[in-house]
Ligand binder design. Structure first.
Ligand code: BG6
Length: 476
């Protein structure tokens, strides 16, 4: 049976307005939403259906300026609003009445995680959390292992694990899905995908934006919790995991969790040698002067990092000894997310005097989806001259699409169709925290310094030393 309703808690919040409603609209426009699916916005204020629909229309038109009146009318007919307050249980009885006998409901919690427990428990009390309904939750699932467990326990009180969909929006990105295809729909790479052929792997998620109006959220989390615990570790899992038997939810997630559990803890002296934390100060970003992180909150001093670089190791037969460099930060010089697989040097060069560059596979996720493979070539001349050249695959040129889909479109559709493969299982989220907690405990114990870096630069100098110590350097 198809889902009959999706109820979005936090419906007037930033994420819902910027991502969720426009994504649902696009799915509807493409005829991908189940017939009769109702979309119910839940938020505290008594907005009323009409005002709510006006808000959503504005949000949708901001992303899709040229929508037709007919498409909008169809979407509008699905929308309604119910005033629900996580701290007022009676509002859930009203919600129950409004929903009526609808089954297969999806509750999307786009609120602060501090409300997840109360919302789930009220949903259960009024009989809405039942054997046919599912819950979708946004990150952050906690700020450490203990708080993650507490949230998971609260969710488990109302929903069984197969009905809990933890979002990591990176898993909805086209290019991230293509990474699985690249690895497992080709025979070329798999025999080389190990420590024998690969020297090092780099995963960078760089952003030019600062923290700005998200300061109060961000300051509680910092880059390691906001980005590394989820997005970067998910990318690492997809790069490092063993081939799953199929794409069934548990086949894939079992492999990912094995990777997370094989991550070598960064403890003791390694905390100083294998981690770097930075915070941006003022500088020039994309051609304009921008304030530093602490100025953004009116000069309040903060110990929160806006940049992290780590050298991780996956301790198993496939990857023993191969460094996985992870790096992410705000106010870096360019927006780019990419995975670089650096192959080893040829074992012996027969080209006297030639500078041979080792092969390098770059999988660019953002801003454009591109895959390039660096190969050595002979230049067309009578000389024995060699030069590196890249085989380039531009996915956006190869597959012309009217527009790039929002990652949430795929994830919403998967949740509507009850397919949890692209969502994070409880043991995955907790295994990621185990590894991150050890690093954060090391930072606290050793008072690891927070190095300032100029906005618009590639982070503190320590990030370069991190790779150079192993004879490597970042690819930019
Ligand atoms: C979010 C983080 O999960 O991902 C943000 O909370 C970050 O801080 C964002 O900016 C990056 O996502 P994307 O899709 O723009 O790379």
């Amino acid at each position: 049976m198809a889902a009959q309703g999706i109820l979005i808690f936090g419906a007037t919040g930033d994420l819902a307005q910027r991502m969720l409603f426009p994504s649902l609209y696009f799915l509807d426009e493409d005829g991908l939403l189940p017939d009769g699916l109702k979309i119910v916005g839940c938020s505290r204020g008594k907005l009323g259906d009409e005002k709510f629909a006006q808000q959503i229309e504005k949000a949708v038109r901001a992303r899709a300026p040229s929508i037709s009146d007919e498409a909008w009318r169809r979407f509008r007919n699905r929308l309604s609003h119910v005033a629900v307050d996580a701290t007022v249980p009676e509002t859930f009885s009203e919600l129950r009445e409004r929903v009526g006998e609808a089954s297969e409901l999806i509750f999307y919690l786009s609120t602060s995680p501090s409300h997840y427990g109360a919302i789930c428990s009220h949903l259960k009390n009024v009989g809405l959390a039942n054997a046919t309904s599912r819950v979708v939750v946004e990150k952050p699932i906690g700020r450490d292992l203990a708080s993650c467990r507490a949230i998971n326990d609260a969710l488990a009180h109302a929903f069984s694990e197969d009905r809990i969909f933890r979002i990591d929006h990176y898993l909805g990105k086209e290019a991230v899905q293509n990474l699985i295809a690249l690895r497992f729909a080709n025979t070329l790479f798999e025999p080389l995908w190990n420590k024998v052929s690969i020297a090092q792997i780099q995963i960078t998620v760089a952003e030019t934006v600062g923290v700005e109006d998200r300061w109060s959220y961000y300051d509680e989390y910092g880059a390691i919790r906001d980005m590394v615990q989820n997005h970067l570790l998910q990318l690492l899992c997809l790069v490092a995991m063993e081939p799953p038997a199929n794409l069934d939810p548990d086949s894939v997630r079992n492999e990912k969790v094995k990777v997370l559990r094989s991550l070598k803890p960064i403890v003791g002296r390694d905390v100083e040698r294998k981690t770097v934390r930075g915070q941006y100060r003022d500088g020039v970003s994309e051609g304009r002067s921008v304030p530093g992180y602490s100025e953004e909150s009116g000069g309040q001093a903060s110990k929160t990092e806006t940049f992290v670089a780590l050298c991780a190791h996956v301790d198993n037969w496939r990857w023993a000894g191969v460094p996985f460099y992870l790096r992410t930060g705000k106010r870096l010089p360019q927006r780019s997310s990419e995975i670089v697989i650096q192959f080893r040097d040829v074992p012996h060069s027969i080209f006297a005097g030639a500078d041979l560059l080792a092969n390098r596979l770059t999988i660019r996720l953002q801003p454009e989806e591109e895959i390039s493979l660096l190969l050595m070539n002979k230049t067309p001349s009578l000389e024995q001259e060699l030069k590196p050249l890249a085989l380039n695959l531009s996915l956006s040129n190869a597959f012309k699409r009217p527009r790039r889909r929002i990652a949430y479109e795929r994830l919403l559709l998967e949740a509507l169709n009850n397919k949890p493969t692209l969502f994070v299982r409880r043991d995955e989220a907790e295994a990621a925290w185990v590894w991150i907690d050890a690093i954060m405990a090391g930072w606290d114990r050793q008072g690891t310094s927070l190095t300032p870096y100029a906005a618009g630069s590639w982070g503190p100098a320590g990030a370069f030393a991190l790779t150079e110590r192993n004879g490597h350097s970042w690819y930019e």
